[in-house]
Design a protein around this ligand. Sequence first.
Ligand SMILES: CC(C)(COP(=O)(O)OP(=O)(O)OC[C@H]1O[C@@H](n2cnc3c(N)ncnc32)[C@H](O)[C@@H]1OP(=O)(O)O)[C@@H](O)C(=O)NCCC(=O)NCCS
Length: 146
Amino acid sequence: MDERRAIREVPHGSPEYWQTADLRNSVLRKPIGLHFSPEDVEAEKRYHHFACYAGEKLVGCFMLDPLEHGDIRMRQLAVSPESQRRGIGTALVSYAEQWARQAGFRRIVLHARETAVSFYETLGYSRVGEQFEEVTITHWVMEKDL
Ligand SMILES: CC(C)(COP(=O)(O)OP(=O)(O)OC[C@H]1O[C@@H](n2cnc3c(N)ncnc32)[C@H](O)[C@@H]1OP(=O)(O)O)[C@@H](O)C(=O)NCCC(=O)NCCS
């Protein structure tokens, strides 16, 4: 990874959190006509939030949602459009796996948009079950044992 890139956990409600919310809004929600709601902010209180910076600039983010039975869900992985295909998504997934393993989780689960399935397959994730519709687009449940 580039030396100037750094990934770190950011607290819910902090200025850094709001930056990640803006990034997720523009990369994931706006293109399909959705917006960030007060209910979303409330629901996200229990998640862990992570941000990736290149120098001062936020270039990617994701959230981790602890579930039961050793599972943790990765949510809303997003890399800014001008920074995609430079290894940032891969670095974020790797960081998530390391963080989750150290915290004692045994499996990462996620809902992958159809367009991101091959990205996750490259990183060792497998599709589980059938495709389904969520936020108006086709998704697959994917998982990886840690
Ligand atoms: C999907 C996403 C997180 C990937 O992040 P990224 O930083 O662009 O990915 P990387 O540069 O680490 O890509 C690693 C490899 O994954 C594969 N890959 C990445 N994006 C891909 C895409 N859109 N289609 C097909 N393969 C892809 C490629 O094999 C790529 O290697 P290559 O560039 O050498 O060919 C990013 O493109 C993104 O934010 N997309 C929009 C939001 C989204 O779909 N998020 C996932 C929600 S489930």
